[in-house]
Design a protein around this ligand. Structure first.
Ligand SMILES: *Cc1c(COP(=O)(O)O)cnc(C)c1O
Length: 360
């Protein structure tokens, strides 16, 4: 067996320790004589798994008691609809468009109400984060929506927008649990876990209690009503049980390493190696404005599509996988999530140096 360095944007690398633990427990979880995949979600063993997972993410993020943590299905994309269905009391919301995911979310919300695109960076192919300190936030907006880390373009909000008192809703799929966060600044924080936390199939929604009501848009399905899941502690129906179990293990793994402050230090150290190289390289260059750079997704190009393709191919042969950029931008992208070891980034940079020498 040999593991590669997997730079995929998602589903993405998971901590090796977690995978080994899960493997060891595959046939007999904690003396139950069955795997977590095979057990009832109403069993004592699973109840303990989900309760512990919730407590651990609460501890990690310092989630206040007036916020619920929901483990749902449907991916981040389902939230694009669930958010307006539950939150659009005035049928109006403001969206800040910093990439494809925010764009898709805004388009979906348009099915339910008026969407005001109050800022956008589409004019420069989403290569920066617009100044959001004094936006024309709509008087009647039910919320202001952002995608906090733009997985495809490699930008991140370093400062949250000034929402002028409106509820902030954030898609944090690709920066979840990568740094300490002040949950009280948000009404809703959500993310698909397959980027930085666990296996595909789980989306975690952290939502302030006053936003969970029965007063949802007419026709909202039971399954798409936050209250359904909040009241049932994410056990209204069968939850994505195995995925939640793995997420729980990842929470423990993060805790053991020192929590979110440690994750932040780790990501800074890894991203620095890669960005420092890009900034002095004669062949490769980064594609976004320096001040807005994501420390999780790092896109870069040579400027020559054939050379980019050659790079991706040769990198793969060297055990550095999934470096091809998103199909909408081309070039390369290295996703360096929490579980990517520092050594993986060093190996990538060493390979880039060698490639540069051979191809200049
Ligand atoms: C991947 C991604 C999504 C889509 O996630 P799905 O779980 O596939 O629906 C949405 N937003 C962001 C920021 C993402 O990175």
């Amino acid at each position: 067996m040999s593991r590669v360095y997997n730079f995929s944007a998602g589903p993405a690398v998971l901590p090796e320790e977690v995978l080994k633990e899960a493997a060891a427990e595959m046939l007999d979880y904690n003396g139950t004589g069955m795997s977590v995949m095979e057990m009832s979600h109403r069993s004592k063993a699973f109840e303990e798994i989900i309760t512990t997972a919730e407590q651990d993410i609460r501890d990690l993020m310092g989630i206040p008691d007036n916020y619920k943590v929901l483990f749902l299905q449907g991916g981040a994309s389902q939230q694009f609809a669930m958010i307006p269905m539950n939150l659009m009391k005035n049928r109006s919301a403001d969206y800040i468009i910093t990439g494809q995911w925010a764009k898709k979310a805004a388009k979906e919300a348009e099915k339910y109400g008026k969407v005001n695109r109050i800022a956008s960076s589409e004019d420069k192919i989403f290569s920066y984060i617009p100044d959001c300190s004094d936006l024309p936030v709509s008087e009647d907006a039910d919320y202001v929506y952002i995608c906090e880390n733009n997985t495809i373009y490699g930008t991140k909000f370093k400062e949250l927008p000034n929402t002028k008192g409106k509820t902030l809703v954030a898609d944090v799929s690709s920066c979840f649990l990568s740094e300490p966060v002040d949950v009280t600044k948000y009404g809703v924080i959500y993310g698909g876990v397959q980027k930085n936390i666990g296996p595909a199939g789980v989306v975690i929604v952290i939502i302030r209690e006053d936003l969970i009501t029965e007063d949802v848009l007419p026709g909202t399905p039971t399954m798409l009503t936050y209250k359904t899941h909040a009241d049932a502690k994410s056990l209204y129906n069968t939850p994505p049980a195995y995925g939640i179990y793995i997420c729980g293990k990842v929470f423990k793994w993060i805790k053991a390493q020192g929590g979110l402050a440690a994750m932040k230090e780790k990501k800074k150290k890894k991203a620095k190696v890669l960005y420092d190289f890009l900034d002095q390289s004669r062949l490769f260059k980064g594609t976004v404005e320096k001040k807005d750079r994501s420390l999780m997704n790092v896109p870069f190009v040579t400027g020559d599509a054939d050379l980019d393709a050659k790079f991706v191919k040769e990198a793969k042969e060297a055990g550095l996988e999934n470096l091809k950029g998103h199909r909408s931008v081309g070039g390369m992208r290295a996703s360096i999530y929490n579980a990517m070891p520092y050594e993986g980034v060093v190996a990538l940079v060493e390979f880039m140096k060698k490639f540069e020498e051979e191809n200049l």
